[in-house]
Ligand binder design. Sequence first.
Ligand SMILES: *[C@@H]1O[C@H](CO)[C@@H](O)[C@H](O)[C@H]1NC(C)=O
Ligand SMILES: *[C@@H]1O[C@H](CO)[C@@H](O)[C@H](O)[C@H]1NC(C)=O
Length: 361
Amino acid sequence: MGKGNTMDSVGIAIILLFLFRQWTSSAGADTHWTYTGSVGQSQWSEYFPDCGGNKQSPINVETTQTQHDPSLTPMRPLGYRQLGKKPFTLHNNGHTVEMSLPDWMGLGGLPWQFTALQLHLHWGSSGDRVGGSEHTINGQRSAAELHVVHYNSELYTNVTTAKKRTDGLAVLGVLIETGEGTNPGFENIISYLGNIKHAGQTVSIPPFDVQSLLPVNLGRYFRYNGSLTTPPCYQSVLWTVFAESVTVSHEQLRKLETALFSSPVESHSLPLRDNYRNPQPLNRRRVLASFPLDTITMYSVGEVCAIVIGTLCGCIGLAAIIYFVIKTIRSKETEKEPKQDVVFKTTSDPEKEEATPQPEP
Ligand SMILES: *[C@@H]1O[C@H](CO)[C@@H](O)[C@H](O)[C@H]1NC(C)=O
Ligand SMILES: *[C@@H]1O[C@H](CO)[C@@H](O)[C@H](O)[C@H]1NC(C)=O
């Protein structure tokens, strides 16, 4: 190899490095961000200043630190069950799978009227062993998380202006766990992921009841002021994280974790997984709970079973003890005065019969 060749490759390397710098440092909406790597979540704030703010999302909800606010009424999804004629659109944007929502859908139960925009998901890569939810409850990460995004259509004319303002957005956070049965609501999305494997791809899907993605109990939730969990991390979100989680099957979670790529067609395939941001500092923010603290403890199915069985065993044990104590006392009493008992029984019975008037036929 000659000296000239080496100089050439060094030159090319320098040029490539320069182009790469240019590409990664072009701040704003064009910057290609990821969850790990050179523009990973710990670098977001270098390119998107709001990501370094003091009201960021997600957070860890420490239930004992929450404040019960009785004025927080149950969330009211508006038009979620209404299907319409137009199909829904499912899109792989390289960061998540996003479904646009029709503008007749909205959210009630908040200080303003909110209009629905889109929903999307965050997930992990290793089943429910580690989890891929963004919000954590008492340090526990769920398998995945659904976000339903709305904008304040009472104060702002469109999302472009709303998304940069405090109280501009309202997002519902639904924690997803795994269980045995297939979740038919989520199947409406998961069964089409194969059609949008690569970033930039879009597929039309039949409209479905979006409320079927939410937990049954919409009255128990945590509320706090936070941000978008992805760049540009605008601190404009009034968060509602439901206390009740929803369940998808292990197979559904596996499909979500493995179906998509964060890279476009005809490029090196990068799996789209672990698209969750770590919990951000709370910084003196209040986290409200719509329900009182003493009922906040959330039990898993296993724990509920253990409690029920434990209580049953306890009751049976106690009943057995009482039974034997009474039996012992009785047998002792009958040993002492067997006659009186017999006398009492024989004399009281005929008396009772005489006293009761016979009904006319
Ligand atoms: C959004 O609303 C603002 C202010 O009302 C307006 O200036 C802007 O053009 C609107 N943007 C879009 C995309 O409609
Ligand atoms: C969120 O911020 C608004 C002011 O922008 C305030 O009125 C409201 O009480 C805050 N909510 C919570 C849960 O702290």
